[in-house]
Write a protein of this length. Structure first.
Length: 248
């Protein structure tokens, strides 16, 4: 089996003011030397300050979205170059809250991912089914079509990370069972291998996201094709995120 480095990624969503950088200082103090990869994606307003706090530590900083264009008349948007300029090395793309709230299509997510890769950012591309789709027995079909549509052909194991996040498990406290996670992650792995070949397909990391907490992280990380987690609520506090990192 390919040796994939585990990744704990935190998504602060629209949370965090300057005062909350103390959580990052605490996280670095307790887990800055972790052997796994650590990433926090704060709101755009905190990227530069957080990157300064994280300088010299193992913690990497990412954005939560970027525009597909390099620059121009896109009021309120942020380009991949701007994220990099502010100190980001990664960017989350196609999060279900953006797919739903900003009507982002797979094609839009793919274009953004291409822009991120062109700028040298690692893209964390999110996929996941709604409860309605799961109950209709369409989970694997939905994930397959999101993967095909959102992940560019140029993706490599170093430049793209997939995050499987069942929409019904995000911020709800409902976690997918390990059987459900195994089924989807195995299917994603098989699809990545079929599309990108053995080396890239087996090397690309696939994170699970959806109500991951210190108390359930170890069980989820024990699933074979789970290479870490994308964490929302529990990434805001150093003690909670530290508990998840410890389980990696
Ligand atoms: C997320 O926002 O990507 C997420 C998984 O949130 P939570 O951990 O709060 O469910």
């Amino acid at each position: 089996m390919t040796d994939r480095r585990k990744l704990a990624a935190g998504n602060w969503k629209m949370n965090g003011l300057g005062a909350e950088l103390s959580e990052i200082e605490a996280l670095i103090a307790s887990h800055g030397a972790a052997s796994s990869e650590l990433l926090i994606c704060p709101p755009a307003t905190l990227i530069e300050r957080m990157a300064r706090v994280a300088e010299g530590s193992a913690l990497q900083i990412g954005g939560q979205d970027c525009h597909a264009a390099a620059s121009g008349a896109h009021t309120g948007d942020t380009s991949a170059a701007m994220l990099r300029d502010a100190g980001a090395s990664h960017v989350i793309l196609g999060h279900s809250e953006r797919r739903a709230g900003h009507r982002e299509s797979d094609a839009a997510v793919r274009a953004k991912t291409e822009a991120a890769l062109a700028e040298g950012l690692v893209a964390v591309v999110c996929v996941g089914e709604t409860l309605e789709e799961r109950e209709a027995g369409r989970t694997l079909e939905v994930i397959a079509s999101q993967l095909d549509g959102s992940v560019p052909d140029a993706a490599t194991a170093e430049t793209v990370v997939i995050a499987y996040e069942p929409v019904w498990a995000i911020g709800t406290g409902k976690v997918a069972t390990t059987t459900e996670i195994t089924e989807v992650h195995d299917d994603i792995r098989a699809r990545l291998v079929a599309r990108f070949g053995d080396e890239v397909g087996n090397g690309m990391r696939v994170l699970y996201g959806g109500s991951v907490k210190p108390g359930n992280a170890a069980e989820i990380f024990a699933v074979e094709n789970v290479d870490g987690a994308l964490v929302g609520g529990a990434s805001l506090k150093a003690a909670d995120f530290g508990g998840i990192i410890a389980a990696l």
